[in-house]
Design a protein. Sequence first.
Lengths: 204, 204, 245
Amino acid sequence: MEDMRLKGAIEALIFASELPLKLEKITELLAGDFAGEFDGHLDKKEVKTLIENIREEYEDEGRGISLLEIAGGYQFRTKTCHASLLQKLRAKRPPKFGRAAMEALAIIAYRQPVTRAEIEDLRGVDSGGVVRSLLEKRLVKILGKKEVPGRPMIYGTSRFFLEHFGLRDLSQLPSLKEFVELDENEEGMISPLNEELPYDAIEG
Amino acid sequence: MEDMRLKGAIEALIFASELPLKLEKITELLAGDFAGEFDGHLDKKEVKTLIENIREEYEDEGRGISLLEIAGGYQFRTKTCHASLLQKLRAKRPPKFGRAAMEALAIIAYRQPVTRAEIEDLRGVDSGGVVRSLLEKRLVKILGKKEVPGRPMIYGTSRFFLEHFGLRDLSQLPSLKEFVELDENEEGMISPLNEELPYDAIEG
Amino acid sequence: MNYQVVLDSFEGPLDLLLHLIKKHELDIMDIPVALITDQYLKHIDIMKTLNLDVAGEYILMAATLMHIKSKMLLPPSEEEETEEDGGDPREELVKRLLEYKKYKEASEELLSMDMLDRENFLKGFVEDVEIEDSEEDASHDVTLFDLMEALSDLLKEAKAFNPHEVNREKISVKDKIEIIIQKLSAEGSLTFRSLFDKASSKNDIIATFLALLELMKMKRVRAFQGETFGVIRISSSEKSLGTVH
């Protein structure tokens, strides 16, 4: 069965990759390796279908791993239901975020590209320290400088941010809850952000 | 199904473990996590049966990974048949040792504990350089000093040696001739481990 | 020399206002400015008493609140012409608070998402076995505001107090740091109150409090509470590493 070998190859590739593996990369690697068999014509759609098959198989209750779409690629991760067990296995403790850092991170995530001054306006407090610590944790990166007097840095979230929070892309961020004055108990939803961010273009 | 959840938990543990995970350790972790359900009486045999189930499932042709018994524990590794594909994925190829180093490694593996003088006697050439490089690659470790005049170092293979060559224990070593040839078609196994990292620190 | 504690990553004035609104169960759309200004200034006073580095932002907000309060006292007819359609003087502040609240809540939501190495784990690879001096559990760390309120309760119970007579040179914060460490190493974790000896003077209370802040800043101790506005407990960061909830 050709499909079976292909499927196995896809699983092995995603498993062995250190970073989430993109569909294009998987297709390219497979087309090279199975060259004789496809005349170099391996369709991305075909590969995608096989990936979906694999993903479904891992959904089974008896499986402890799932195949996720993270930062535009595919990656195996353990299922959330086994978190406490795995925390016992791992010596390292999960990274901890202070509240101030998380506030700044949320503002950067939803309002990017954003300057430090804009973050400070929103938080009402100096945010140089927390922005620096987010940069150190690689959750945030400098996108460039704003073409205004003083040329301040502009910040955005990194690819690692997506990986850390298990997001396929920024559109998967939870919606911001907008306070609506008229309906007392109802909170309006606002689309998280303009999804046209040149995310990958910026990604170095 | 309790068994299903347990099976998933086992899969997640082996997947996430940094080193091959021993049956005892798996049982201990599970007994702790599923405490309420087993009254702390989780049988090693039961766990072993589930591991065997998982192993069989991965044998399927459509799977690219297999569950192996390595260095006395369990670990997932990509199947040998996908080796050439995976090497293309990896920017860093697995270390090539060269014939001299493989000879020295074979001598150490089969004759351990062994001194450098004994290696040099057998090979007929100075072997200080290759032994040092094997130590640096953590395939070989110092076992101690020999109680003879000059107190020379004695060497043996490391746990990482077993992992790198996918051996459960030293009794699985192939014949000497086969072993030296392993390096030539070393595509064999792609270890899921990042081989740059300090093993021995963890090995204790 | 005065003992100066700078807490750089603590919340700002907007957070303090939200804290007060929540605590007093106020309607954010109809804030009683007199009450909130009063409460806000009390907090600033405590911070000053503690010789905390009260950031300029806090002072600016205090001025803003007092400005709004004074405007609220004016009859609407005497409102200046420049104020378009005699709008609610609180409007600007409420807008800022709502905007800030939106992101604060978003940050809480982010924190509750599945995170790598917390809920989901990657294929194992060897990493440095180092235990970070941090942890996350069901309880949450208290804010500076919570601590200040607890302090203010303690001070109320102690004898009459004049901040200008506080002589910090006499009671060494360094000594208090030693005492707290000793208590914690004997007990593991303590309630906030049990850090303070009964019938201690106000100077003493303040010195202990400053010592606690200093230890928190050095990340040697952690203050947390099981629920919002619950009992504050202090534990040693070094000791609590093993526990996972």
